[in-house]
Design a protein around this ligand. Sequence first.
Ligand SMILES: NC(=O)c1ccc[n+]([C@@H]2O[C@H](COP(=O)([O-])OP(=O)(O)OC[C@H]3O[C@@H](n4cnc5c(N)ncnc54)[C@H](OP(=O)(O)O)[C@@H]3O)[C@@H](O)[C@H]2O)c1
Length: 350
Amino acid sequence: MAPVLNVGIVGTGIFARHMHLPCYEDLSDNFKVVAANNRTKSKALDFAKLAGIPESKVYDDLDGILNDKDVSFIDAMLPVQYNLPTVKKAIAAKKPILLEKPIAANLEQARELVKLAEATDIPVGIAENWLFFSVIAVAEKHLARIGPVVAFIHNSTAPCSTSNRYHSTNWRQHPEHIGGILSDGGVHQLGLLTSLVGEFDRVSALTRKVHDNAPSDEIVFSTVTLRDSDVIGSFNYGTDFAATKPSIYVKIFGKAGTVVVDLSDKKQPVVRVRIGDTAEDAGDEEVYPVEYDRSYGVKAEFMNFHEAVVKKDKTLYKGSPRRTFHHLAVIAALLESSSKNGNSVKVQQP
Ligand SMILES: NC(=O)c1ccc[n+]([C@@H]2O[C@H](COP(=O)([O-])OP(=O)(O)OC[C@H]3O[C@@H](n4cnc5c(N)ncnc54)[C@H](OP(=O)(O)O)[C@@H]3O)[C@@H](O)[C@H]2O)c1
């Protein structure tokens, strides 16, 4: 049986309580949440009650939980400007660490984080759960059937929601991370898209607010080229529109057919395929429903990090700092391009 890893939670906010804790509990053959630390201790104590953590394992500070010998790894869910200082301490304490996305608040911090992570054997992972969507493997199988890819459209548009509990958090309302809501959710979109088509080279983008009082731009429309490739595409994203049906899809055009990954219905992801060089020789549309994952990839992400920690091999974890740097770097390039009225901007490397 796989060893049970003891998890120390740092940052016991909404996502810790409503997603990570239930996922660890569902994976009790592999994980046990044993310790917690949070800026506001009363909230850590509430979390501890929920998780069955004894009060003696609720720490006042990061050093306390990092030095707990019973803790196998840290799962940090903090406003992302704290990712870099938290990683520095975790590496010094030789504690593997999983950090929530985006990798950091800006590219300077992200670059330093990549450097630190690559200079140690301690696993450092970025929890971009969209990298773990099972729809990716299904799509990849069919991408192999449509010949060389020529172009793609990434469209992720949805209405704003006043009941979204995440939006009202103070650190999202006053973002220190570049892009605000655009990087918060945008890195997920980019994780999915680049898993399917490859990494971006240059972007030409315009970003805008939908709401005058929004803390940062909320929507982006852009054209894109891929690295070392002739493939072109568009990346359009915004989840703060007025009433509209959520429409989330990646459409990939090959020379011999088309693959569509459609996530518009959260509970019914689907891959649609049409094979044929022309309208005349097109086969019927093939539809491949993908099983609904209530954890949106989080459980698969945890199991992947588990493997990296148990085997002491950081390279096994898919959400490496280098890979996830790219997703934030694209957001930075989109913002820079928009500030230059849509001029073409090269995406920075770590
Ligand atoms: N993968 C996903 O789909 C997904 C979804 C949601 C969130 N997330 C990520 O999860 C992380 C937490 O988000 P959340 O929605 O759970 O936010 P949240 O409820 O506001 O939780 C943030 C936590 O960080 C703590 N914190 C805030 N400022 C701090 C500071 N200056 N120093 C130390 N700790 C501080 C808060 O402590 P207090 O209790 O004192 O306020 C709180 O426990 C973020 O990185 C976010 O991007 C990921």
